[in-house]
Design a protein around this ligand. Structure first.
Ligand code: SF4
Length: 380
């Protein structure tokens, strides 16, 4: 059995490098009833991945699967007794054993909402029990050529794997189906940004009210960009959101301009006002921000910026940046650097009394895309 420090190290390397999956293996495993593929090509969260558990049976990792052996030295090989063997091809040694999280049954085409939409187009299971959905699949920044470089929100629309907007009835029906097979204990809701002053908050509010009416006990997480009118944060909480992600994504100002040109128009100060207000409304440990790393930023500066977030009570959901197929190629993150970042961020969270393990819903609770929770557990 692996300990938490080993789990943290393995997960960080997997998050950074991903795995090479030989295309020929897809059919091979299909014949054995195992559906493994290159994962979704857009939508919420880093795309192109599948979910695996490490050998400890608890550490969840969202791993990108490459179809090109030049992209990584970690190769997915044979499946033995329920675990895929992963080899480091360069070192010619076993790296780890991983258990693939199976796709839920409701992904089959016969599962449809009462208005005839395949359930898979409404929401997907992230990890084991986090149902996730992009409630509005368009973003104002895509329309004006200022989209974030790592974002795939409109890609899923282009390849017909979703619909533009989802309503509470459709969502509630998919929640029912996912709950029946034990695949929904909390939910992540995300959205593109609207042109309107509410930035899409009103769309969330309508959906949250409908979903909470049908599923009052289901913890819900929403993600929205910083708002000029902070009153919407109160309204989102009142409508039923349990946790909120207000995502700055990139911390260094120069990089923000380059990587998130649309969002860059929002000042850091506005984000800070939003975070502080959200913590008052949602409570301690219920406010987070995605923070991407791996753009070549200077580590000391990066950690100083991370400390600024943590010092106001925000959980920094640190993830290595991942390229979207067909979009600008982004660099691979150095896993040793990231490991150090995780460990030092975890120390800071302990120092400031921020506990990611107390998050009620969403990405921080799911923890598939970041090793921040493992790093926190590993601090003694
Ligand atoms: S952390 Fe979990 S819920 Fe969030 S994007 Fe990653 S897999 Fe999805």
């Amino acid at each position: 059995m692996i300990d938490i420090n080993t789990a943290l190290t393995l997960k960080t390397e997997l998050l950074c490098k991903g795995l090479y999956l030989d295309e020929g293996l897809i059919e091979h495993y299909k014949a054995q009833g195992i559906n493994i593929d290159y994962g979704r090509k857009g939508g919420a969260g880093p795309s192109g991945g599948r979910y695996f558990l490490l050998e400890d049976g608890i550490t969840l990792t969202n791993v990108v699967l490459w179809d090109d052996p030049k992209r990584t030295d970690l190769f997915l090989k044979e499946n033995k007794e329920g675990y895929f063997q992963v080899y480091n091809e360069k070192r010619n040694e076993l790296f780890s054993r991983l258990k693939l999280i199976r796709n839920p049954r409701f992904y089959s085409p016969e599962f449809k909402t009462s208005d005839g939409i395949p359930m898979k187009k409404i929401a997907l299971v992230h990890g084991i029990d986090c149902l996730a959905s992009t409630i509005y699949q368009k973003c104002v920044y895509w329309g004006c050529g200022e989209a974030c470089s790592f974002c795939g929100i409109e890609v899923s629309l282009q390849n017909d794997s979703t619909i533009i907007e989802k309503n509470a009835k459709q969502m509630s029906e998919v929640i029912d189906a996912a709950k029946k097979e034990g695949r929904c204990n909390h939910m992540t809701l995300t959205s593109g940004t609207d042109e309107t002053i509410d930035k899409g908050a009103n769309r969330y509010i309508e959906l949250l009210k409908g979903v909470k009416k049908n599923h009052p006990d289901l913890p819900l997480h929403i993600q929205i960009e910083a708002l000029e009118d902070l009153e919407y944060i109160n309204k989102l909480k009142e409508a039923g959101a349990d946790t909120i992600g207000i995502h700055i994504e990139v911390l260094e100002e120069k990089l923000r301009r380059d990587i998130t040109p649309g969002k860059f128009h929002l000042s850091y100060q506005l984000f800070e006002e939003n975070w502080k207000h959200a913590i008052n409304v949602f409570g301690d440990n219920q406010v987070s921000s995605y923070v991407l790393t791996g753009f070549g930023e200077e580590k000391t500066n990066f950690l100083e910026d991370v400390e600024k977030l943590i010092s106001v009570g925000v959980i920094p959901y640190i993830t290595p940046v991942r390229s979207i197929p067909g979009k600008r190629k982004l660099p691979l993150t150095d896993c040793n650097e990231l490991l150090d970042i995780y460990q030092r961020s975890a120390d800071l969270m302990r120092e400031y009394g921020v506990n990611p393990l107390k998050s009620k819903a969403g990405c921080v609770r799911c923890s598939g895309c970041s090793a921040i929770n493992e790093a926190y557990k590993a601090v003694v």
